[in-house]
Design a binder for this molecule. Sequence first.
Ligand code: HAM
Length: 415
Amino acid sequence: MSENTNKLSTDPYKGVRDFYPEDQSAENYIFNIWRKTCESFGYLEYNASPLEPSELYKAKSGEEIVNEQTYSFLDRGGREVTLRPEMTPTVARMIAGRKRELSMPVRWFSIPNMFRYERPQRGRLREHFQLNCDIFGLDSIYADIEIIRLAYQIMINFGAKESDFEVRLSNRTLLNKTLADIGLSAEQSHDFQKLLDRKKKIDNFNDEAERICGRKIEWKLEADEEMELLISELKKAGISNVKFDDTIVRGFDYYTGTVFEIYDTSPQNSRALFGGGRYDELLSLFGNDKVSAIGFGMGDVTARDFLETREILPKYTSSTKVYIGTFSKDCVEDADTLAKILRSKNVNVAIDYTGRKIVDQIKKADKEKINFFIAIGEQEMNTKTYNVKNLFTGEENICSLAEIEEFAERIFSNL
Ligand code: HAM
């Protein structure tokens, strides 16, 4: 056997990502905007394990997800287990489990990872992280308005302009009613809605529609009063990029009312960035009580593609703010002391212990996008003054220890 055949691949498993520090930093940026925006609307963070009993998904998630896209296996005790492909059944289970103790309405968010066995492609991977925001127990248009406002605000907080994206709305009740009115059976209506969900991706919509309905149908969905009211309330709230779209259905079977998707308006990235809807019946799976619910899920993959195509993802810089270089082993103690002082001021500091040339130490700090470099040599130890070099601007300042401390409070820590 040749030597190479023994070596393990350094590639991750197909369709999942490694997060090297620069990638993780972009993830953290996205998660921070998500978290801050949700908290600003009074949503509380929850979490759960990615392992769930498979039966949780069999009831309602929609056939495609369960039959073709789940990672399911038998555990050592013979139980059927699934890695969650979405969070909604989990959060429904959690809310139903504590229904009596929870004071409704409940506003919750989470940023879980989830797993879908999909063909990896732009915007679609086998593991992604997804912000989930949901409001439970508020059966009123205010819940629909709030959830869409929150989705909109996340986009604005990312630095998006209204012209960069669009909120497209429809309603499952309206869809069901219209399809029943033109004479489709419940099964035909279901299949037709699945087809409608794929309309933008296929080119034989009319043939397929005829096949499902057994005849050519005149298909026209018009916004009803409730939809008009929702749109006008959203416009009143300052959201002008919202419109009714009769092709919005969403894949999951559990949606019952408003369904919506946020679309990127760039032709390069023209797909749904995220979406959600009302699912007032899902919690009844766990008991007799009805709990109304509406929410959405926003994935990190599509979010990052959006930020990159719009060039609004902040440039990477290291979370380490100061790199202390050392001329020799003799300087290590002083370097450690300075680091300790800076850390006590909430400044992130790393020390170079390699003993290599100072220019190489600076090169490393520069390559890693660390903002400041302070070299410690004999002179610095004797005079207790330090040259603080700003590697981003090239500016240098000779500072006393007191000045560095003051500098730390002013500059380093709030970068
Ligand atoms: P979903 O439309 O399946 O909805 O997913 C929501 C978002 O998650 C998508 O728009 C996309 O941003 C992201 N996403 C989904 N699948 C993938 C994938 N394979 N790779 C990368 N990103 C992906 C739901 O999951 C609903 N449970 C959302 C919800 C919450 N509805 C009400 N509350």
